[in-house]
Design a binder for this molecule. Sequence first.
Ligand SMILES: Cc1cc2nc3c(=O)[nH]c(=O)nc-3n(C[C@H](O)[C@H](O)[C@H](O)COP(=O)(O)OP(=O)(O)OC[C@H]3O[C@@H](n4cnc5c(N)ncnc54)[C@H](O)[C@@H]3O)c2cc1C
Length: 463
Amino acid sequence: MTTVNGGISYWYAANGLPAPREPLPGDATADVCVVGGGYTGLWTAYYLKKAAPFLRITVLEKDFCGYGASGRNGGWLYNGVAGRDRYARLHGREAAVRLQRAMNDTVDEVIRVAAEEGIDAGVHKGGVLEVATCPAQLARLKAFHAAEVAFGETDRVLLGARETAERIRVAGAAGATWTPHGARLDPVRLVRGLAAVVEALGVVIHESTPVTRIRAQQARTPYGTVRAPYVLRCTEGFTAALEGQRRTWLPMNSSMIVTEPLPERVWERIGWEGRETLGDLAHAYMYAQRTEDGRIALGGRGVPYRFGSRTDNDGRTRPATVAALREILVRLFPAAAGAAVDHAWSGVLGVPRDWCAAVELDRTTGLGWAGGYVGSGVATANLAARTLCDLVRLDSGQGGATGLTTLPWVSHRVRRWEPEPLRWLGVHTLYAAYRTADRRERAGRTAHTDPVARLADRISGRG
Ligand SMILES: Cc1cc2nc3c(=O)[nH]c(=O)nc-3n(C[C@H](O)[C@H](O)[C@H](O)COP(=O)(O)OP(=O)(O)OC[C@H]3O[C@@H](n4cnc5c(N)ncnc54)[C@H](O)[C@@H]3O)c2cc1C
């Protein structure tokens, strides 16, 4: 049995690659130019066009819409937002609570728009289940749960080992926490559907059109320049390849595997009838979903970062990473030990130096951007896009300040990443530390978070 490696992602293997759209034919003008055709860029185009149908909006995409993380992710549409706790420290608890509430609503907003626009993304809203599989994880789980409830997330519940097993049989699960604010979906069906909807609304999309330079009011490509009062950079994990942006966000790799469809007798042993998105409390955490076609798709960090912020080779993944993910699969689901791994792939996401997602529109230049979602971008990109949309409307006099334009992540600035080789050394040391801490915690040596992980969190700015 062979595992397909790369080919962008399993989701493309299942759905087929899209028919290419025409590249930019030459110089052009627009009211808004969006760079990048992932969730951020497409949702931004969607909300702008819905709010102001007269706007001329052009999306420039270097490959095809959904080529990046938006076509490769784990399909967790959930309410996590990178940096919430830091925003609470910086702007006060109330501001962070507003951000969290907006994220909770965003899960339903994506589901609502998909239904309204006829996008069948295989959505199942079963909530988010995070399991602890050793004493140290259990201690973190309880602390995490208490902190979330204190933050107003009162619909989050804590489950004991038996209650967890009633939902899903994860080997060694000592407990779990569940929140209703999450759904599993097929990422490609969402991004592809969104691109078609946006195009039908009158947004111009040019694919195979790499933007080589972004300046105030212009996006330059090998085929011509698009001039627009607003140029919005929506390139997340690929941002480092743009001129002047090498150290803005670290392109972090995440890798996934998917099993063959599991037979009913295996599903009977596993359970998972609620089809919750599933994660754990490891430092190098895993995320998984039960797919619509009865497979387990499971991801985690492989080689977390490539020297010099290199990003991608169509999702090809190192065999050692595939083996490591399979090892996690079998450890958590012994019932699936005999299942073939049909596909493995990787992608990049964007990590700011302080691990905080953010949105900005510079009112003097008309340059905007959103991203740095650190692995929770499926829902966050929608909220960021609506925020960008409101900022553009505010700046152009078409709208006033809204609940979104005053969210604490607007105009958040952070220092850049260290130059190489420090960047590479830092990230590799960090993930080696997390793996060591996970191993030691699994061996049951401590019922508390391993000090190595605590130190790594403090040094990396992640904690
Ligand atoms: C393997 C993996 C699993 C993940 N799982 C989850 C998950 O389960 N849940 C979750 O919430 N988040 C997850 N994420 C993160 C999430 O997918 C991303 O944060 C989100 O998709 C980012 O969307 P985006 O539109 O900002 O970026 P992208 O989807 O990366 O889109 C950027 C687009 O810009 C294009 N582009 C880049 N440079 C240029 C240029 N110079 N000119 C023109 N176009 C350009 C790219 O080709 C790409 O299409 C995962 C990420 C990965 C990689």
